[in-house]
Design a binder for this molecule. Structure first.
Ligand code: E4P
Length: 218
């Protein structure tokens, strides 16, 4: 399972990269706004900064919602760097644009997916990734992990090459559950990744090993 970090924060991207386990980055307009990145030039510059840090796919989301504009915006984003993946919303014009962009050899990430039906359409259109939002599905009293499992199963039956990129991850447990059901990628906040390191018995065990070592050297 690939690990992407779900942020536009350069410090956090560098920290995850330094761990040695980072395979890519996802951003969205909310995450860019959170970092105070405003204006086309600054936004493009920021994507390039991220691409220079991480050797892997970097999702950059379009803000257009009609076919022609999504394509124009997608082409501009894709031309920025070979690792840019054009993130397109799961809407009618989005699906049409994904079909066009994928036929042009441009990688796409179909975002804002909340159902298996939407995931089937994205795969049919040739999306590189489908992003079902696990946390937001949970928030609406449905089971986000069950949705990931359902999409993985359907893609497996038909051999769709579209990768299931579990998004809207809220916890380390979400990451483990996504791995259990066969997600190809998880995109997570830094805290959820770092949370995987933690176990109280590791801390207790390490303290004991180190204190026994000290005693043996006295
Ligand atoms: C990433 O691709 C999504 O935009 C993101 O994971 C959404 O996460 P949220 O539900 O925490 O905003």
């Amino acid at each position: 399972m690939k690990f992407f970090i779900d942020t536009a924060n350069i410090t956090q991207i560098k920290e995850a990269k330094d761990l040695g386990i980072l395979d890519g980055v996802t951003t969205n307009p909310s995450l860019m706004a959170k970092e105070g990145i405003k204006g086309d030039d600054k936004i493009m510059e920021h994507y390039l900064k991220i691409c220079a840090i991480v050797k892997g796919d970097v999702s950059a989301e379009v803000i257009s919602t009609d076919y022609k504009s999504i394509i124009a915006e997608g082409k501009t984003l894709a031309a920025l760097h070979p690792n840019i993946v054009v993130k397109v919303p799961m809407i009618k014009d989005g699906i049409k644009a994904i079909k066009y962009l994928s036929e042009q050899g441009i990688k796409t990430n179909c975002t804002l997916a909340f159902s298996a039906g939407q995931a089937i359409l994205a795969a049919k259109a040739g999306a590189t990734y489908i992003s079902p939002f696990v946390g937001r599905v949970d928030d609406s009293n449905w089971d986000g992990i069950q949705l990931i499992a359902q999409i993985v199963q359907i893609y497996g039956i038909y051999g769709y090459p579209t990768q299931v990129l579990a998004a809207s991850i809220r916890s380390s447990l979400h990451i483990v559950r996504c791995a259990e059901v066969g997600a190809h990628v998880v995109t997570c906040p830094l805290d959820a990744i770092l949370g995987l390191l933690k176990h109280p018995l590791t801390d207790i065990g390490l303290e004991k090993f180190l204190s026994d070592f000290k005693k043996s050297q006295a």
